[in-house]
Design a protein around this ligand. Structure first.
Ligand code: UT7
Length: 323
């Protein structure tokens, strides 16, 4: 017998306000055609004034808890992947804990930017496998609209806000790739690439700052590193790409998504794509895609899924799980 961290529930939240690419044509030297062709993005959601990362995370968490047929009292731990927590501290996760009405358990944030959700999943898996928690809410939530430089056309058209959540539960498995749950994880970072993608504010500057990105340089790293980490995770899980039902990638750019799928030898029919509707929601993009993919009827119980992501750090990684 092996313990496995199995997905017992999934949910997401998207803020009401939807902004199409054409909205940027009024204030920037850009076009809907450029944004679609270079990124695949058509629209994104932006949080309302006063609406925070922890608010959206809590809504996604409630949906995942309800999907599992459980209550917040059944949850032992909350891990929130975010780079846009409401405050410098406390963590967004403890704010979610309070919003859910939980008075027990423990909660903390994981900060690995766009790779945050795979880092959070890996940490939550370790908590479950080591017996420190039986049920863990793993949430990706971001309000990147708060760190955009609205005069920088090379970044502000790419990002969006939202939240997605999985409720992981300890279940017995046979220790084979046929088990449901997380089968393997692979995490990587290389801090030498800080200048490719960072926020020019924080405690050291006394400001919140704005996102700065050398997009084409990040792009150069993306496909190769994403395919490599996905292959490593699949090898660890004892599965091959041919057995994979769905790649659920970080949704930054359709060209990166297509390039990675091609490198893995999988057709786009096996890829969950939401980038056109959400833009790049950083750590929220994978749980949003998992939840939307489930709601669309794409992801079904028993499906073999590979998630992969790369972002600021650089930090990147992959998780193989059976739904
Ligand atoms: O999620 C975290 C990780 N991030 C990513 O994975 C993002 C990775 N990078 C990308 O997705 C792409 O690099 C971008 C979508 C950001 C940009 O696409 P690109 O094909 O790499 O374009 P580029 O940055 O090389 O820019 C090409 C041209 C430039 O003009 P010149 O120098 O060729 O005259 C840019 O100034 O496009 C220009 N440009 C724009 N034009 C119209 C940049 N942004 C815009 C814009 N509208 N919004």
């Amino acid at each position: 017998m092996t313990i496995r961290a199995v997905v017992a529930g999934v949910g997401h939240y998207l803020p009401e306000r939807v902004v199409p690419n054409t909205a940027f044509e009024k204030t920037l030297d850009t076009t809907d055609e450029w944004i679609r062709a270079r990124s695949g993005i058509e629209r994104r959601h932006f949080a309302a004034e006063g609406q925070t990362t922890s608010d959206m995370a809590a809504r996604a968490a409630e949906a995942a808890i309800a999907d599992a047929g459980l209550t917040a009292d059944d949850v032992d731990a909350i891990v929130v992947a975010t780079s846009t927590a409401d405050l410098t501290f406390p963590s967004a996760a403890t704010m979610v804990q309070a919003q859910l009405g939980m008075t027990g358990g423990f909660a903390f944030d994981v900060q690995a930017v766009c790779a945050g959700f795979v880092y959070a999943l890996s940490n939550a898996n370790a908590l479950i496998l080591s017996g420190q928690a039986r049920r863990v809410l793993v949430i990706g939530a971001e309000t990147f609209s708060r760190i955009m430089d609205w005069t920088d056309r090379s970044t502000c058209v790419l990002f969006g806000d939202g939240a997605g959540a999985l409720l992981l539960e300890a279940q017995d498995g046979a220790g084979t790739p046929d088990d449901r749950g997380i089968l393997s994880t692979d995490l990587n970072s290389d801090g030498r690439h800080k200048d490719l993608l960072y926020v020019d504010g924080g405690v050291s500057t006394g400001t919140t700052g704005h996102l700065r990105m050398q997009g084409n340089q990040v792009f150069r790293h993306a496909v190769e590193k994403l395919a490599a980490t996905a292959n490593t995770a699949m090898e660890r899980a004892g599965v091959t790409a041919q057995q994979v039902d769905w790649i659920v990638p970080h949704q930054a750019n359709i060209r990166i998504i297509q390039g990675t799928a091609k490198k893995l030898g999988l057709p786009m029919e096996n890829v969950v794509v939401t980038v056109q509707d959400h833009g790049n929601t950083s750590a929220a993009s994978i749980p949003l895609a998992l939840s939307v993919g489930r709601d669309r009827g794409q992801i079904k119980p028993g499906d073999l899924i590979v998630t992969e992501a790369i972002g600021g750090g650089l930090a990147w990684g992959a998780v193989v799980l059976r739904w």
